[in-house]
Write a protein that binds this ligand. Structure first.
Ligand code: ATP
Length: 311
């Protein structure tokens, strides 16, 4: 990954649809050769952002550059470097797999040979199957083949593993990692936290048309939910101030007789040792490592997979 040489630069994008603010000042820098995830609840503005990057939707204001190309000033140049996978991978029902890839290949000066492309996405056996005869996962793989056949330098993949069974999802993950290893820059919109953790070099979390965090998944977890949460029950008075002063502790929450201590390092040893020393009886010690789900919840106010409207 090389953030010093950005593949995509987005500055202060704003977009309103008839009174609905879809984007409210989005800034993004995607380095060349990284898998960059965009996460956020439904309606956060992810698709609008990538549609603007793809030159499909014009922003009200702000700027976008993909490898230095302005998508709105030079659409033809953009098409040669950017591979976009359609969110709704709709093709004519009767179009056969190989014909579809051949058609898309004809748009480019130096496409991947059609049969090689089919092999790469595991669709060789399905080359003569019409689009309507493909399973959801096969349709996803075909749409990736269509996005990649022109040898793009940047690929935008929008929810490519939605609807896939666990085996197909893992195969798709490997495909995406292989693409990154071959030098492609990948922007990945996903609702799956595990997918983001496994694939993405960095992620941006969106909420209400804004980016609320950009970092590695580990960095986001560390800076929002910290290392871990230790929960235990006490019979008597909770020594909140004393707990807050322990090394590594970043927060203490009390819920009746249940105490949650947030922090980093060897928290359990520090807490139990201190409680013994203070003569405070405790029981049922539980440790919860911070996850990307927790960070998502904290930063977006929404559980992963729920909508902004649900809040
Ligand atoms: N064509 C449109 N007309 C009107 N409003 C739109 C249009 N496209 C998007 N919006 C609105 O803009 C906001 C952002 O939508 P967007 O599709 O970018 O979100 P998203 O994060 O991609 O959501 P999802 O996870 O559901 O795909 C939403 O409030 C949405 O209703």
């Amino acid at each position: 990954m090389n953030v010093a040489t950005p593949a995509i630069e987005v500055r202060q994008l704003r977009k309103t649809y008839r009174g609905t603010t879809a984007l409210d000042g989005v800034d993004l820098t995607v380095g060349t050769g990284e898998i960059f995830g965009i996460l956020g609840p439904n309606g956060a503005g992810k698709t609008t952002t990538v549609e603007i990057i793809e030159g499909l939707t014009s922003p009200d204001s702000g700027s976008v550059h993909v490898l230095g190309i302005d998508p709105f000033a030079d659409r033809d140049a953009l098409r040669q470097v950017l591979g976009a996978q359609l969110q709704e991978s709709r093709l004519p029902a009767k179009l056969r797999v190989r014909e579809a890839v051949k058609l898309y290949a004809s748009f480019y000066p130096d496409p991947v040979p059609v049969d090689e492309m089919l092999e790469r996405v595991g669709l060789t056996d399905k080359r003569s199957t019409p689009f309507e005869g493909l399973s959801g996962g096969q349709q996803q793989r075909l749409s990736i083949a269509l996005a990649l056949v022109g040898r793009p330098k940047v690929a935008i993949l929008d929810e490519v593993t939605t609807g896939l069974d666990p085996t197909a999802r893992r195969a798709m993950w490997q495909t995406i990692l292989d693409l990154r290893d071959s030098g492609l820059t990948v922007v990945l919109i996903t609702h799956f936290m595990e997918e983001a953790e496994r694939l993405c070099d960095r992620v941006a979390l969106m909420r209400g048309g804004r980016i609320v965090a950009t970092d590695t998944t580990g960095g986001i977890i560390e800076s929002t939910v910290g290392g871990q949460r230790v929960t235990f029950d006490v019979a008597g008075r909770v020594p909140v101030a004393d707990l807050e002063r322990l090394p590594g502790v970043t927060g203490v929450e009390v819920d009746g007789s249940t105490v949650h201590v947030l922090g980093r390092g060897d928290l359990v040893t520090a807490i139990t040792g201190a409680l013994h020393g203070w003569g405070v009886g405790y029981e049922r010690v539980r440790v919860h490592q911070g996850t990307l789900d927790d960070a998502f919840l904290q930063l977006t106010g929404t559980a992963a997979g729920r909508t902004e409207e649900d809040r």
